[in-house]
Write a protein that binds this ligand. Structure first.
Ligand SMILES: Nc1ncnc2c1ncn2[C@@H]1O[C@H](COP(=O)(O)OP(=O)(O)O)[C@@H](O)[C@H]1O
Ligand SMILES: [Mg+2]
Length: 326
């Protein structure tokens, strides 16, 4: 069963730990997630929970001078990223495109929109400039940028935030990735534009079969779009499973707290989660969520919870109702 899963998964990460060389502190501590073909997978958690570091490690975007990366499994398209030579790792990473939160910062303000997307095509596909411009036009049409021919000749400043994000998505798409890793792709946008960009990503996933890893602090976005979800808290994957199961029947008190704090909460009242992620909580031999947990008991003071799991779900809570800890 496990072997079958690891060949099916496009991204397969197990027990990922990312520590700072300077302090030895594990800012990401034992996180597991996978992305299967055609899937939309959410990684959700508050700011500072380790979402970006986890996915940037997959994309090869964190410095090994600052961080030490360890994992039981760390595969992209079957390539073992920790042990492969640099060329093989880079080849695997060519088929995974990243989209970031702030398109304004990611776009070059001095380069015309069409040229930027074409450049991504030239780099990714090794094609000539005229061919690349043609591919860029197609990609920009696919992401429904209005007045494509006019926009291609403009500089990014002439575009709205939502349009810039569409350009970023086109630049990712034009190199024909198998996987898109979108790190808070809609956080800088207003709510209406957020939904448009998400439905665009969702549509692309459906039409082009691109699997997508969506990173966000917003459980509402995840619940609307993702097939499966991994919830991170203070560098740990506290819960994961099929999104609907997780939302309808959360196992971990943190997932419940995230749900209660969301505007679309079923209780109709907003209950912000008291406290903040505390670095000291992460260093002690007890549950990292203890200080903020409304359901904590004696066991939570005494030991770090192990992983409980059922067929499709995992949770790290002493009071998990999933089957016994690993
Ligand atoms: N370059 C860095 N040096 C030291 N600590 C870092 C660095 N980058 C991130 N961190 C720490 O790692 C933790 C996780 O960061 P990050 O993955 O960016 O969180 P998220 O994306 O969930 O907001 C944070 O507590 C942050 O302070
Ligand atoms: Mg982040």
């Amino acid at each position: 069963m496990l072997d079958q899963m690891s060949t099916e998964a496009l991204i397969d990460v197990s027990n990922l730990t990312i520590s700072l060389h300077s302090t030895g502190f594990a800012v990401v501590n034992g996180v597991s997630f996978s992305l299967k073909s055609g899937e939309f997978h959410g990684i959700v958690g508050e700011s500072g929970s380790g979402k970006s570091l986890s996915v940037r490690a997959v994309a090869g975007l964190i410095s090994d001078r600052v961080f030490d990366i360890k994992a039981d499994r760390f595969e992209l398209f079957g390539t073992d990223l920790l042990n492969a030579n640099k060329r093989d790792a880079a080849t695997a990473r060519l088929s995974a495109a990243m989209i970031f939160q702030d398109p304004a910062a990611a776009l070059n303000p001095l380069m015309r929109v069409g040229d930027q997307v074409a450049e991504a095509a030239m780099l990714g596909l090794g094609i000539s400039r005229p061919e690349a411009l043609e591919q860029a036009r197609e990609a920009l049409t696919q992401v429904a940028l209005p007045d494509v021919d006019v926009r291609m000749r403009q500089f990014p400043d002439a575009l709205s935030g939502g349009q810039k994000q569409r350009v970023m998505i086109a630049a990712a798409l034009v190199a024909r990735p198998k996987v898109i890793i979108a790190d808070e792709p809609t956080t800088a946008l207003d709510v209406t534009t957020q939904l448009q960009v998400l439905s665009l990503l969702k549509g692309l996933a459906r039409e082009s079969g691109i699997a997508t890893l969506l990173i966000t602090h917003d459980l509402g976005l995840v619940s609307q779009t993702c097939d499966r979800t991994t919830v991170l808290y203070a560098g740990e994957d506290v819960e994961s499973g099929p999104t609907r199961d997780l939302i309808e029947n959360p196992d971990h008190p943190y997932t419940q707290a995230l749900l209660d704090s969301h505007p679309a909460s079923t209780t109709g009242t907003l209950n912000p989660i008291p406290g903040v992620i505390s670095p000291s909580a992460s260093m002690s031999e007890r549950c990292r969520f203890l200080q903020r947990c409304s359901a904590a008991g004696a066991s939570c003071q005494a030991a770090i919870p192990g992983v409980s799991q059922s067929e499709h779900r995992r949770s790290r809570c002493h009071y998990s109702t999933l089957e016994g800890g690993a």
